[in-house]
Design a protein around this ligand. Structure first.
Ligand SMILES: Nc1ncnc2c1ncn2[C@@H]1O[C@H](COP(=O)(O)OP(=O)(O)OP(=O)(O)O)[C@@H](O)[C@H]1O
Ligand SMILES: [Mg+2]
Length: 242
């Protein structure tokens, strides 16, 4: 087994408010690792902590064998962490190509020449190549989500962090997103995917963690996690005696 990421007993939060409580889990190379959990359970906060936007008050974060607990956000990006944002934040008036190019130059530390090829490749991978000259502001929601992924890929990550990239999409569009994630996995990316849609998580992930109150409540094979009493109670609002 080859771990790419490990959280060991991590506490972190905003100011005095602690959100992550003794959070421990690990992700294996090549996995699609899913995360579910009620609103406010700390899923996005885990990404913020992993990316270095929040400093843990306790615990250790290991990435690719290195202790990154105190590393800067820039260093983490250079080491291979790339994320999408829950609310897409493209540069609206720039073309898709320019958006991804910017990510490749600034996040991927590439020369502009090399970044051009990277940007085109990432647009292809995200299914946006034909739209590369469109303005980001003209996109449908699915295309905006695809652009978020293309921008994250532009920084040349090995571990890709997806925060609710299927939220708000129609059933058909969700199926397209699942297809895209399957392609990324086939291209050897390791992926952590936060999403509320249960069937999507069961269909797309190799391993699933349910968070509650900043900790790991249940983890394991996706189907067994979803069917566990703890998740039924915590996440789906089903009581034991129902
Ligand atoms: N920038 C912030 N400053 C202060 N508190 C925050 C901030 N961002 C989130 N929180 C608080 O941290 C807690 C966890 O929020 P987080 O966004 O990590 O939840 P989440 O699991 O991603 O939820 P959701 O499913 O709604 O996206 C919440 O109580 C939230 O109000
Ligand atoms: Mg969130």
């Amino acid at each position: 087994m080859d771990k790419i990421l490990e959280f060991k007993n991590v506490n972190a939060g905003y100011g005095k408010e602690q959100i992550l409580n003794n959070l421990s889990f690990y992700v294996e190379k090549g996995q699609v690792f899913g995360i579910i959990g009620p609103n406010g359970s700390g899923k996005t906060t885990m990404f913020n902590t992993l990316l270095g936007q929040i400093k843990p008050s306790a615990g250790t974060i290991l990435f690719d064998g290195a202790d990154i607990t105190r590393a800067s956000a820039n260093a983490r990006c250079r080491m291979g962490l790339g994320r999408t944002f829950q609310v897409p934040r493209p540069f609206e008036s720039m073309s898709l190509y320019e958006n991804v190019l910017t990510a490749a130059v600034h996040g991927g530390s590439q020369s502009e020449h090399a970044a051009r090829d990277t940007a085109l490749e990432c647009l292809k991978m995200a299914g946006l190549y034909d739209k590369r000259e469109s303005r980001a502001g003209e996109l449908t929601l699915l295309e905006r989500k695809r652009l978020e992924i293309a921008r994250a890929l532009g920084t040349r990550p090995t571990l890709l962090l997806l925060d609710e990239v299927a939220a708000g999409l129609t059933e058909l569009e969700v199926a397209e997103m699942m297809e895209l994630v399957a392609q990324l996995k086939a291209n050897h990316y390791t992926i952590i995917w936060i999403e509320h849609i249960i069937e999507t998580m069961v269909g797309s992930t190799d391993y699933l963690m349910c968070m509650a109150q900043g900790s790991c409540a249940v983890q394991g094979k996706p189907r067994s996690v979803i069917e566990s009493k703890e998740v039924q109670r915590l996440y789906l609002g089903v009581d034991d005696d129902e």
